[in-house]
Every structure is written in C-alpha cells, then in structure tokens.
Ligand binder design. Structure first.
Ligand SMILES: Cc1cc2nc3c(=O)[nH]c(=O)nc-3n(C[C@H](O)[C@H](O)[C@H](O)COP(=O)(O)OP(=O)(O)OC[C@H]3O[C@@H](n4cnc5c(N)ncnc54)[C@H](O)[C@@H]3O)c2cc1C
Ligand code: FES
Length: 272
C-alpha cells in the first residue's frame, strides 16, 4: 500500500537528550489505532520545509516517541518547533526486528551513537517479556561517556541483574566506572552468550557493522543469526523513488532491518 497523504500529529512535549538532540512526543490527531513493530520508522514532515525518516523509539502516554538529532535543514527545523506545533507523519514503514522469531534465544544488541534509537524499544520489549528470551546482552559505544543517551535506561537494565550491559567510549582518556575504553566491537570479547543459539541485532554506522561481523564470526555466530538496521537517503519511504537502493533492495521497503546474508554483497561497497 502506498500513502503520500500524511496524518497530522501534535508536538505535545520535547525532552532534551543532549546537544541538538531531543525526543519529540507526538500525539496523532486521529483515533485510529497506530500499531508498529520495533525497528520501523515514520516519515516526519514540516509543511513547506521537508520530510525525513526517523525511527520509532517508543510509545508513552498515547504519544509516539522520536529522538531527533539536528544535522541539517529538516532535522534542525524540527528541533526548533515549539510545543503545540503540528507535524505531518506517514508510517509506520519498513520491516522491524523479527523478535517473535528470536524467542528462546540469547539476544545480543550492538549499537553505536544514535544507533540505539531503533533498538531501545526492542530492548524494552525483551526485558518486559523476560521469560521469552534467554540471556540479554547490550553493547553500546559512544565517543565520550557523557554522549550516552538514556543513561537511566542502561542503569536500569544493568540493575535487573540478568542483562549484561557493556559500554565503550572510543575517545575517552581515562577508564570510568562501568566503562571500557575503545570501540563497541571490542566489547564482544566480553559478551556472554551462546553463539549457537542467539540473535544479534546491530544498528549504527556501516563501518561499525563491518568491524563487528569478523568478531561475531570468531565467536562462530552464523550469518543468518545476524540482523542489521541499515540507513540510506530516503525520499518517498515507500519503495517508489529508488533513492535508497541497496543492490536489489530498497532499504525503506525491504529494510531497514535486514538479515545479514541478504545484504552481505553490498555492505561497505562504494556506490551502494
Ligand atoms: C531508517 C532511518 C531511520 C533514521 N532514524 C533516525 C532517528 O531516529 N533519529 C535521527 O536523528 N535521525 C535518524 N535518521 C537519519 C535522518 O533521517 C537524517 O539525519 C535526516 O534525514 C537528515 O535530514 P536533514 O534535512 O536534517 O539534513 P540534510 O540537510 O539533508 O543533511 C545534513 C547532513 O546529514 C547527512 N545525512 C542526510 N541524511 C542522512 C542519513 N539518512 N544518514 C546519515 N547522514 C545523513 C547529509 O549527507 C548531510 O551531510 C534515520 C534515517 C533512516 C534512513
Ligand atoms: S526512499 Fe524512495 S524507494 Fe526508498
């Protein structure tokens, strides 16, 4: 189904998360139920300015949560909107993480920077339905420890006692409590999971995915147990314009979550 007519949503509240980084609380101006899968995205629009894909971070108090980093024309304008503003919203689009298929397995989440946004809702789901999954391992990398979004969530997951939470800071000078120095991929050496019975979900820069995969291969994780959330430049968000092509796929329609073997030939290849 294609739909280019956006719904409208009211910006009920904004939570400051960091430098040029806010979580928008959007209440749909519609009584229709809004179902979504963790890992899907919406196209958010400001009339007269533009439209961008933003991952669905969660649902709270009848509002959709979207965490937006200001990097350019549309995202900066979005952060400048006052509470009470109206945005356009199309979605949800794309494929999310197939969490039901992962039941009974160990879950390993590997994220870097804002890559945690599409994964946070999946982690919340897994910890809320703790008995459906075996071990839960959460690995997150940032440049400096103060760049970590949602510190309280990571603390709460660690405090549960049955989630392994490992954090890495790549540009920190001195090791801090709970933190390792280095890249998120180096944390894999300390991750406690059963490689023969796991699902690995990776979200972040493609270069990080490419360096995580050899570590996972060393641990004997099968290619088919690795899932990646890919990013490309989206325009239509619905598989029509071709802007987000990746080999034979359109990332907006066939992704953004892919099983690794499906995209392996095109990962990190210039021009794709
Ligand atoms: C599936 C998906 C989910 C996303 N989820 C989020 C999210 O939860 N939060 C969030 O803040 N952003 C997210 N993004 C990225 C976001 O869509 C871009 O930052 C946004 O489109 C930039 O538009 P702009 O007009 O603000 O910047 P522009 O003026 O278009 O660009 C500013 C700079 O950002 C670069 N850029 C533009 N688009 C992207 C992109 N897709 N990836 C990397 N760099 C880009 C440009 O090359 C340029 O250097 C997601 C993207 C995709 C494809
Ligand atoms: S953004 Fe148009 S086909 Fe994907």
């Amino acid at each position: 189904m294609t739909d280019f007519v956006p719904m409208t949503a009211r910006l009920v509240a904004k939570t400051a998360e960091g430098d040029r980084l806010d979580t928008l609380h959007l209440k749909l101006n519609s009584d229709q139920p809004f179902g979504f899968e963790f890992g899907q995205f919406n196209m958010l629009a400001i009339p007269g300015i533009g439209e961008i894909p933003i991952s669905i971070m969660g649902w709270q108090d009848d509002c959709l949560l979207h965490t937006v980093r200001g990097v350019g024309r549309v995202s900066d304008a979005m952060l400048a909107l006052p509470e009470g503003s109206t945005l356009g919203l199309r979605g949800p689009f794309g494929n999310g993480w197939p969490l039901a298929r992962f039941e009974g397995r160990d879950l390993v989440f590997i994220t870097a920077g804002l890559g945690c946004a599409p994964v946070v809702a999946a982690i919340n789901h897994a910890v809320t339905h703790r008995n459906r999954y075996r071990r839960i391992v959460i690995l997150q990398g940032v440049k400096h420890h103060q760049d970590l979004l949602w510190q309280a969530k990571y603390d709460a997951w660690r405090d549960m006692g049955d989630c392994q939470v490992l954090l890495a800071a790549s540009e920190e000078q001195k090791r801090k409590y709970h933190w390792r120095l280095g890249m998120v991929t180096e944390l894999l050496a300390f991750a406690e999971f059963d490689p023969s019975h796991c699902a690995v979900m990776i979200c972040g820069p493609e270069i990080m995915m490419l360096s995580a995969i050899p570590y996972l291969k060393q641990r004997q994780v099968a290619d088919g147990d690795i899932y990646l959330s890919m990013e490309r430049n989206f325009q239509c968000g619905q598989g029509l314009c071709g802007h987000c092509q990746l080999g034979p796929y359109f990332v907006c329609r066939d992704g953004p979550v892919f099983c690794y073997p499906d995209v392996k030939p095109w990962l990190g290849v210039k021009g794709f």
